[in-house]
Design a protein around this ligand. Structure first.
Ligand code: ARG
Length: 457
């Protein structure tokens, strides 16, 4: 059915229908739309607009429709334009004249805003939970070899040795901020638009605060125009998901490097790698490459929505219907990325010996010599210069910094700094990569994770 037969003398053109119908993608909102309608029905009864019997009949009807969706027996009528129309049409079929009262004091404009907030509230909770599972996977990788270390890089040039747990912890902190961001977004979106009507409220005696409370919203909207036109919460969610995607893309890139023969720091399990249709020897980290690539569509979805919202006049405009597909797409792909990466990390073998050899590169000791000189009272800039000359000498000779130091009368007392792991153990400053500092930050990380999990619950 179209919902406005009274006004029109001809049916909608097929090309307009094809352009404007949204059931094909918004049917996934059925459970949240029914939840919103259940609260609306109880609100109408509370306002004296439905009798107790009518309210009970409509609630039973909505439950029956929910079951039809869940067991796959709900059938779309060819005239159902969107999920809201479909449910109202079915309610009227099942409950007759009472069904025709369902949409009293409500517009699809406040209805869709309510439904989408309920849906997004659940969806961000679920993504945040998945991220916490990925954090657990990172934790497990670190725990397999707590003493393992690798070179830390800047500009992708070896810089200083870092513990594997320190390195993975850096990813964990960024993902934990994503969890916090999703929870922050959830708190901001937790306001009910139900009762705003088409744009200006209604003359009927409904109480938006009553339905807001039934739906677990923190409060009802304050301004009806804002209630039906605000999609900040979708944009904010898409930003938070893009940030997750970008963090995962950096982790993906790192796995591509680590699993290359050139680095050789890690191998992924056979169940998380793919072969080549032509080259029998290949074992490819497609999982990491796809994680790297999918961030593109997440950013695209965010950008697309922002452009849709830009310049829209108050209040509801049909443009807003275009908020859903980017949201659904980003949620789907970010979830795929998180779960596959968690599996890939769990399947990973870290080659601690290869990583250690790379991290014990004598050049990485240069800063330790400079810092020892500082402890002896040499101003840092001079110490930097002196050690720089030693490095330059090693480069000119094509030899190792250790050889130059050992052969130098002035600096041979620093040869002990080149012992395997010595540089790592010297990183004692809080938050740094040394073992003691790492133990402390691991505790901070796990406390922060628990706080986020508590906020999420
Ligand atoms: N399917 C529509 C949407 O997603 C529902 C609201 C339609 N409202 C309207 N006035 N045409 O935005």
């Amino acid at each position: 059915m179209t919902l406005w037969n009274g006004r029109f003398s001809s049916p909608m053109a097929k090309s307009l229908w094809d352009l404007s119908e949204s059931y094909s993608f918004d049917h996934v909102l059925y459970a949240h739309d029914i939840a919103g309608s259940r609260a609306h029905v109880r609100g109408l009864a509370h306002a004296g607009l439905l009798s107790g019997d009518e309210c009970a009949a409509l609630l039973t009807t909505l439950d029956a429709i929910l079951r039809e969706f869940e067991d796959g027996t709900f059938t779309r009528d060819e005239s159902d334009e969107d999920i809201h129309t479909a449910i109202e049409r079915r309610a009227t079929e099942l409950a007759g004249a009472t069904g025709a009262k369902l949409h009293t004091a409500r517009s699809r404009n406040d209805q869709v805003a309510t439904t989408l907030r309920l849906f997004t509230r659940d969806a961000v909770t679920s993504v945040a939970r998945d991220i916490l599972t990925l954090l657990d996977a990172l934790d497990e990788v670190g725990a397999t070899d707590p003493g393992a270390y690798l070179p830390g890089y800047t500009h992708l040039q070896r810089a200083q040795p870092v513990l594997l747990t320190h390195h993975l912890g850096a990813h964990a902190w960024s993902l934990l901020r994503d969890v916090e961001r999703l929870i922050d977004a959830r708190e901001r979106m937790n306001v009910s638009p139900l009762g705003a009507g088409a744009l200006a409220g209604t003359s009927l005696p409904i109480q938006p605060a009553f339905t807001a409370e039934l739906l677990g919203f923190r409060e009802p909207f304050a301004n009806s125009l804002d209630a039906v036109s605000d999609r900040d919460f979708v944009a904010e969610t898409l930003f938070a998901l893009s940030m997750v995607g970008i963090h995962l893309s950096r982790m993906g890139e790192e796995l591509v490097l680590w699993t290359s023969e050139e680095f050789g720091f890690a191998t992924l399990g056979d169940d998380f790698t793919t072969g080549s249709s032509m080259l029998p020897q290949k074992k490819n980290s497609d999982v990491a490459e796809l994680a790297r690539a999918k961030s593109g569509r997440l950013v695209g979805n965010l950008t697309g929505l922002l452009v849709i919202l830009k310049g829209l006049p108050l209040s509801y405009n049909r443009d807003l219907q275009e908020d859903k597909e980017p949201l659904f797409d980003s949620l789907r792909h970010v979830t795929l990325m998180i779960n596959a990466l968690a599996g890939a990390y769990r399947s990973m073998t870290f080659h601690a010996e290869t990583a250690r050899r790379a991290a014990d590169d004598p050049n990485l000791v240069a800063i330790d010599i400079a810092e020892r000189l500082v402890q002896e009272g040499v101003p840092f800039r001079q110490a930097h210069e002196q050690v720089g000359q030693l490095v330059g000498e090693a480069v000119r000779r094509g030899g190792s910094l250790l050889d130059v130091v050992e052969q130098s009368e002035e600096f041979s007392r620093f040869a002990d700094l080149f012992a395997s792991g010595a540089s790592l153990n010297a990183r004692t400053s809080p938050g740094g990569s040394g073992p003691a500092a790492q133990t402390e930050q691991a505790e901070r990380l796990s406390a922060a994770r628990d706080r986020a999990a508590e906020r999420l619950a």
